[in-house]
Design a protein around this ligand. Sequence first.
Ligand code: ADP
Ligand code: BMX
Length: 512
Amino acid sequence: MTRNDIDKSPAALKNTLTNALIVSCQPVPDGAMDDSVFVVGFALAALSAGAAGLRIESARYVAAVRTATDAPIIGLIKRDLDDSPVRITPYLDDVQALADAGADIIAFDATNRVRPVSVETLAQAVRDAGKLSMADCSCVEDARRALAAGVDFVGSTMSGYTGGPEPVDPDIELVTELRKLTPHTIAEGRIRTVEQAQAAARAGASCVVVGSAITRTEHVTAWFRDALNEVYAPAPVALAVDLGGTKIMASLVQAGEVLDTVIFATDRSESPEGWLTAIVEATAGWKGRYTAAGIAVTGAVRDGNWRAMNKATLDIEGEFPLQARAADRLGVPVVVVNDAQAAAWGEFKATSNRSDLVFITVSTGLGGGIISGGHLLRGVAGHFGQMRGSSDKTLPLETRVCGPWIAAEAKRLGHALEPRDVFTAAVAGEDWAGDIIDGVAKRFAHLCCEIQLAIDPARIVVGGGVGLATGFLDRVQAAIAAIGPAARPELEAATLGPKAGIVGIADLAISK
Ligand code: ADP
Ligand code: BMX
C-alpha cells in the first residue's frame, strides 16, 4: 500500500489496532533525546519492527512524525496545570492542535478529578474534529463514564497515578475489567517486559502500549544500573528485631525488603538478659550476613537504656542498658527504639515519605509513634496507651484497649478464648463478642479523635495484632462517625502489616 491509500476510516483504524503493539515515543522531557530527530527515529524504527501504531506527545512531535509515516498516531499533549492534577490533553485547544498536526486518535485524561474541561466535552470535540478518542483511565468507573460519553478506546494509562505511592507493576486487573466493558481496550502503563505485555494481551487488551522500555533510554539505563548496583554494591543488611509483650520477631532486612524471619513467643517470665539470649540464639545462623542491628522494644528507650512504662505489658526489671549489651553480644553496632516509634518510621518510609503520620499499635499494650516534619519523635512521644484522660481514672487507657483485655472480658463472660477467636465470634455475629470489640473500638476511636485535635496528623496508621484483626478498623470507623464531625481522622491499616516495626528499625539501624 502506498502512503496515500491507507484507509483511515474508524473501522479500519480499529481493525489495525486490534491484536497489536503500539510504541509510545515520549522522550524524557528536556533529556538528551527530547528532539524531533529522535522521536521520528524511534517511531520509524518501531514501525519497521512491527509496531502497528504510535503514541506521540505534543503537536510538534505529532506533526514531525506525521510527515514521516501514515501509520496510526495516538496524539496527546501533557501539561502541568496549577489548578488541576489532570495532565494529559486537558484543553479543547489541545484537541484541535493534535487534530491539525495529524493525529488519528486523540488521548485525554478521563479521571474523575478537578479538571478544566469535562470528559464529555472533550469526547465531543474529538468527534467534531473527525478523529477517534482514547480515554486514559485510572479505574473502571472512569472507563464507564468515558464510554457513556462516546469515546472509542479506553486505556489503563492512569492507573496508579492519581494518588498514593506509584506501583511498580502494570495494572493487569484493570485491563481485565475494562475488557468487560469494551473490546477496544488498550493496556498501557508500566509494561516493561515481554511477559507483562503478554499478560495484558491475555487479560483481553486489544492492543498493548509500551513506552519507556523501548524509547526512554534514561529509564532503561537506570533499570540496568540499579540491577547491577545490587550485585556490585549491595545495600547493607540489618538484623531487625521487634520485641513485644507477646511475641518477638527477628528478620534480616535489606533495602526495606525482609529476607528472612523468625517469630517466637516472648517468655514473659524471663528478664531482659534472657530475652536478649533468646534473640542471639534464634538468629545465630544469620551471623556474618548483617552489618548493623536494630531492636524495637515495647517500653521506653532513652540513650539506649530500656524500661517499662507499663509492667502489665512487659515486666522489664529496672532500667536495662540494652544497646550496649546487644552490641556486645551481636558484635555489630545496635540501635534501640520503642516498637511503635519504629513502626511509625517503617510506615513513613514504606509510603515514600508521603506525609507526616501517627502510628498506633493495638497489641499486648497500646503504643504509638509520631512522625512530624519528616522526623521521628523520640523519648516517650506517642505513648498514648499511658494517657488517662483528664478525669480521675486510675488506669491507663491501654488497660482496656489491648489484646489481653479482650481475652479477660471474654473469660469473664464464660468464654475462655484468645483475642483472635473473640474476633472470629464477632465476625460470626455473636453479640457478646461484638460488644467486647465495639467497646475497644469506641475507646480507640475517641483516642484517634483526640490525637487529631492535638496534632492534626495527615493520617493515623493502625497496626498490631488487634489493630489489624478482621473488622477492627471498620468498627473504629463506625465509632468515629458516631462521635461527630469535630475531628475526622484519616485511618489506614499499616501498609507493612505486622512488619512495620521490623522495616522501620532496620532503616534506623542502617542509617545511623
Ligand atoms: P506484640 O504485642 O508482642 O507486639 P502483637 O502485635 O501480635 O504482638 O499483639 C499481641 C496481641 O494481639 C495479643 O493479645 C494477641 O492475642 C492479639 N492478636 C494477635 N493476632 C491476632 C488476631 N489475628 N486477631 C486478634 N487478636 C490478635
Ligand atoms: C505499652 C508500652 C509501650 C509500647 C506499647 C505497645 C511497655 C512495656 N510498653 O504501652 O512502650 O509501645 O505497650 O507494645 O511499657 P506491644 O508489646 O503491645 O507491641
